[in-house]
Design a protein around this ligand. Structure first.
Ligand code: SF4
Length: 181
């Protein structure tokens, strides 16, 4: 089995089964550790200096402890801090993302999803780069500035290279409302 390496770009190294199990165990054994939870919340607080507001972020193990915590007053503290972080970074803005479906080919079988591979009743479609460009222009004409791209998981029809090519095409579109951010 591949060794856990958080900074690796290889999925099998940064998504590691043993590390997931150990993290869950760590969360379970620390979910009532008030001292640790307070220290994690302190770390999560945004810091303000002349460069602006920034946050160091939490590790996955720290986040797992917060997720497992079931002490009401600590959870309240967590919600309050989350509200404060949201306010500091985004204020009262609501950021909208328009979904752009690139491809409905998929090899998976999620039962709630019509794109699952056993569904033989839908037409499978993968956008060409020209079609991606037209969709982006249409969405920009509607006033959208941010997109959430969607695609099924299919290493043959939608390999990561296809997704990267689409992202490249999307960013290259310069249209009257500006460009996708
Ligand atoms: S498109 Fe996504 S949600 Fe739908 S079957 Fe594939 S992996 Fe599951």
């Amino acid at each position: 089995m591949a060794k856990f390496d958080l900074k690796s770009l290889k999925a099998e190294e940064f998504i590691n089964h043993e590390e997931i199990l150990e993290t869950l165990e760590y969360a379970e054994s620390n979910k009532h550790n008030r001292e640790l939870i307070d220290a994690i919340l302190e770390k999560a607080k945004p810091k303000k200096d002349e460069a602006g507001t920034h946050s160091v972020g939490l590790t996955h193990r720290e986040a797992s402890v917060l997720l497992a915590c079931d002490i009401p007053e600590l959870n309240e503290k967590m919600y309050e801090l989350a509200r404060q972080i949201k306010q500091d970074f985004y204020g009262n803005r609501i950021v909208m993302f328009a979904p752009l479906y690139l491809s409905n080919y998929c090899v998976n079988g999620c039962t709630y999803c019509p794109y699952h591979y056993q569904n033989k009743h839908i037409c499978r479609k993968k956008l060409t780069q020209e079609e991606v460009e037209k969709e982006v222009i249409a969405l920009q004409d509607m006033g959208h500035k941010r997109l959430a791209i969607e695609a099924g998981e299919d290493p043959v029809n939608n390999p990561i290279e296809y997704i990267l090519e689409c992202i490249d095409t999307i960013y290259k579109v310069k249209h009257k409302n500006g460009a996708i951010r």
